[in-house]
Write a protein that binds this ligand. Structure first.
Ligand code: NAD
Length: 263
């Protein structure tokens, strides 16, 4: 790269969906990108795909379960220097709130919140010493619009905004920014499968999408699902030098779904 400094970017949970699109965007910009998932083969295959799609050779797979302390330590050992940390990894699943057992509340918290807290704790102090860094948590519109069908998921997304803001405050004046990005419903392979199950095999995907948005996401101003690349564009910006004055913020890529003028 000539004009921009090459950064090392770690995108957690980047073998598919939004994470993969984020990894692609940073790789396209010539940054060194660490692709992560739990399975060695799938992670290597995703890194290969990103290399092929971008022509970049600086795309490296590191398989590790980042919902655990051991996984985070293994990542740190494999990649000691990270400039841009994207805490994307996250799980979701519907369950009536009165039926969610303690273990499931803990699991959601561990995977969706603690994974990012741990990695920020491991990587951000060194970013601060170097005087430059970016930490980005991928939350959801569910952070501010609690979904009745998955309150535990919503809880983790709200918590991400709080911890992100807290880290930003602690890193005041260091050159390290910490922000949260809030995507709305995004057309990832998991959401596509959900839509197909919802309408059956005879209805085309675009019609399923249209019905879902009209019936389940009526406040969307976009009127369609967001594409993973659209979320990646915001993350790419927040992870860049240009975004130096944006920190402690919650940034919406929700197509106007949240019916409020501030998050
Ligand atoms: P996805 O299920 O398509 O991808 C998740 C990735 O995480 C995969 O690469 C998977 O291998 C990896 N992963 C899962 N558990 C892991 C672990 N313990 N350690 C390492 N990797 C692990 O997910 P997605 O839909 O692209 O969502 C990504 C993020 O965006 C999540 O935080 C999610 O909450 C958020 N989000 C998604 C949507 C949506 O509509 N898809 C909307 C708003 C927010």
């Amino acid at each position: 790269m000539t004009e921009t400094t090459q950064r090392t970017v770690l995108v957690t949970g980047s073998t598919s969906g939004i994470g993969e699109a984020i990894a692609l965007a940073f790789a396209r910009d010539g940054h060194r990108v660490i692709v992560n998932g739990r399975d060695e083969e799938r992670t290597a295959a995703a890194a290969d795909e990103i290399r092929t799609a971008t022509g970049s050779t600086a795309v490296e797979p590191v398989a590790a379960d980042l919902a655990t302390d051991e996984g985070a330590q293994a990542m740190l050992a494999a990649v000691p220097h990270v400039d841009v940390l994207v805490n994307n990894l996250g799980i979701f699943g519907a369950q009536p709130v009165f039926e969610i057992p303690d273990e499931e509340w803990r699991r959601f918290f561990e995977v969706n919140v603690l994974s990012g807290v741990r990695l920020t704790r491991l990587y951000a102090p060194a970013m601060a010493e170097r005087g430059w860094g970016r930490v980005i948590f991928i939350a959801s519109e569910s952070a501010v619009m609690t979904p009745t069908e998955m309150v535990h998921y919503g809880m983790t997304k709200t918590a991400q905004i709080a911890v992100s803001r807290g880290f930003a405050q602690e890193l005041k004046g260091t050159g390290v920014t910490v922000n949260t990005v809030l995507p709305g419903s995004t057309l990832t392979p998991g959401v596509e499968e959900f839509l197909r199950d919802r309408v059956g095999p005879d209805v085309p995907l675009d019609e399923a999408e249209r019905r879902f948005m009209a019936e389940e996401r009526p406040t969307s101003l976009l009127g369609r699902l967001i594409r993973p690349e659209e979320v990646a564009s915001m993350v790419r910006y927040v992870g860049s030098d240009e975004a130096s004055a944006t920190t402690g913020a919650a940034l919406r890529v929700d197509g106007g779904l949240i019916p409020a003028i501030v998050p």
